[in-house]
Design a protein around this ligand. Structure first.
Ligand code: ZN
Length: 419
């Protein structure tokens, strides 16, 4: 059995500086293969990060080049069906493996036998600024539960939660924090419960999401962020303890990684101050602008220069998207956010709503995350750095899946760091 746990927004920098706050992750790192700095996907945002983990190829090939992608003349949130290459779950399904997606945002329900949708999807959809949201309907299908054989239902019968998600209601920060933590905890309970049944899946993919939400809202290395990250560590520790108690620890590979890092943001850039009438989407420190007769790449580059933003070039975009959209990176300490509605023209800069963020320039160290692997078939080895593309073929190899033409080198093939 292989269990992949994605901790959203757990940065390489944070782990390096706060090992003592993360005792279970540190123990896992000492036990197996650890990568201190796994490069971020480009862009370093949540959905591209998940797509990279599942496929091992860049956004130019897997097609998830942002949390929102082009849909005609506007942007919409991405959906699992937008993945252009078969990911780990599709390959596992083709090989006849029994896989479970428990709250993993880019899992396609039809690729896994047991499925629970991600609990934060409604908030993600609500966060889109655009009225055209075809994905809203599609995501509803993703919220479906699949439980043939009744393994989840059986767990509900012995006291594990059957509804992990927050209920709808007016925004309330304290309630949303509590429900987010409760949802992460519920999904972790289900993962441990499934792994310890008499017929455990071959593969479970899951995520722990509150560290990202709390860092965005309360700040990098803030007390609430320490609390959220320590809680994520505790959930991994609880999973390890339950596997050990069930006698499953020795035949389970645990993989822990993140989709991207996090970095403090001092100031927000309001794109509407420089690009009046343009259609754009802010992705943390990255801005995507739709190109049209007025807003060419050259014109947008010229205007955005006043903010210090620079064009990224098209390397991360699929061929059919190049020339239709351009991406720009904010200078250090800045992100892009819509201006608050008010009187008159919007100011170019303002205080950020999200005081920590990601999706920084390609290669920015603060976007980097970690990767930990421990269990049968995993050597004890410490790697300083690895490319983002190495994780998917590593997981495929550990699952015994036949290699594909896109599989590059795995983490198991890389030499250990000296010393
Ligand atoms: Zn994320």
């Amino acid at each position: 059995m292989l269990i992949l746990v994605l901790i959203d927004g757990l940065s390489a920098d944070y782990v390096a500086a706060h090992r003592a706050r993360l005792p279970h992750l540190t123990g896992l790192a000492d036990e197996g293969l650890s990568v201190a700095r796994l490069a971020a996907s480009v862009p370093g945002t949540s959905m591209p990060g998940r797509a990279s983990i599942l496929t091992g190829v860049g956004a130019d090939r897997h097609g998830i080049y942002g949390n929102h992608i082009l849909d005609g003349d506007s942007f919409r949130p991405v959906h699992p069906e937008d993945l252009r290459v078969p990911g780990l779950l599709g390959r596992a399904a083709a090989a006849g493996l029994d896989a479970a997606g428990i709250g993993f945002a880019l899992a396609r329900p039809q690729d896994v036998r047991t499925y629970v949708g991600p609990w934060w999807i409604r908030g993600f959809i609500g966060g889109s600024r655009f009225a055209k949201q075809a994905a809203r309907r599609d995501w509803r299908a993703v919220e479906t539960r699949r439980d043939p054989g009744g393994r989840l239902a059986a767990m509900a019968g012995v006291g594990l939660p059957y509804r992990p998600g927050p209920e709808d209601g007016p925004f309330d920060a304290a309630r949303d924090l509590m429900l987010g933590m409760a949802s992460d905890r519920a999904l972790a309970d289900w993962v441990a419960g499934l792994a310890c049944t008499d017929s455990p899946p071959d593969l479970i993919v899951t995520e722990i999401d509150m560290p990202d939400y709390v860092q965005h809202g309360w700040g990098y290395e803030s007390d609430p962020a320490h609390w959220a990250l320590a809680t994520a560590d505790l959930l991994v520790g609880a999973l390890l303890a339950r596997l050990a108690a069930a006698g499953r620890r020795d035949d389970t590979v645990i993989a822990v990684t993140s989709d991207h890092g996090h970095a403090p943001i001092r100031r927000a850039i309001h794109p509407e101050a420089l690009l009046p009438g343009a259609v754009w989407e802010a992705e943390g420190a990255l801005l995507n602008v739709i190109l049209d007769g007025r807003w060419t790449e050259a014109a947008a580059t010229r205007e955005l220069a006043e903010s210090g933003a620079v064009p990224l070039g098209p390397a991360h975009l699929p061929a059919d998207v190049r020339g239709r959209m351009a991406s720009f990176a904010a200078p250090d300490g800045h992100s892009f956010e819509p201006a608050m509605p008010g009187d008159g023209a919007p100011d170019l800069f303002g205080p950020p709503m999200m005081v920590s963020s990601h999706g920084l320039r390609p290669g920015h160290p603060a976007d980097e995350r970690i990767c930990l692997l421990a269990g049968p078939g995993v050597p004890r080895r410490r790697l300083d750095v690895a490319a983002a593309e190495t994780l998917a073929p590593t997981l495929a190899r550990l699952l015994g899946l036949p290699p594909t033409a896109t599989d590059g080198p795995t983490l198991l093939d890389l030499p250990a760091a000296p010393g």
